[in-house]
Write a protein that binds this ligand. Sequence first.
Ligand code: SAH
Ligand code: DHB
Ligand code: MG
Length: 219
Amino acid sequence: MSRKLWEDVDAYFESVLIGDDPALDAARKAAAAAGLPDIAVAPNQGKLLNLMARMIGARRILEVGTLGGYSAIWLARALPEGGELVTLEYNPKHAEVARANVANAGLADKVTVITGAAIDTLPRLKGPFDFSFIDADKQSNPDYFRMCLKLSRKGSVIVVDNVVREGRVLDTKGGDANVEGIRRLYEIMAAEPRVSATALQTVGVKGHDGLAVALVVAD
Ligand code: SAH
Ligand code: DHB
Ligand code: MG
């Protein structure tokens, strides 16, 4: 199967199920114009995050890794009146682009972008969060997962992006900190009695990658 076919199918899903979305299109354009890397979630993935947050009635959402705010807009749109999204970003330029994109999407009142290394900013947050999306530096996934779990409650959901990386997740040779971060994440998820977790491979405009999903089953 070819990457071109995966991309065509994603384009079809976007056109048939999502359609034009001025705020999201503008956010992608602004991020590209500012020189940010083109690594935001795909439109159908963004909508999946939005639907998952709505399925559990999330009122407080935590994101680790904001980039230009594309996934943040999808997630913040899932929130009811009075809900909030806290999103953590290391790069001040990314955070600035994200704040502008979020404001342009009419979501400034619901979204707080906190600048700094997530390992430093996560401990300052007050839980519980109903939904967490981990999508920053992959070698720190184990730390982010543990900290997000600490900020969760029974019934919370934690989603982690980029957990397959073209199959590099199978690489047991070591030496790639990102792969080791992903493999360690699975070990922690499997050993942690407070969560029940699974993972899915995905293909599409993001290549061959995947998402891990954990449900917090006990406080
Ligand atoms: N969730 C975004 C994409 C995030 S890309 C979306 O789908 O739209 C990963 C982001 O994590 C980048 O902006 C990068 O600067 C940020 N990042 C990398 N290391 C980080 C760290 N230690 N703490 C917080 N953010 C970090
Ligand atoms: C990269 C990071 C991501 O979060 C992603 O979804 C795709 C690629 C990267 O750092 O290459
Ligand atoms: Mg990602």
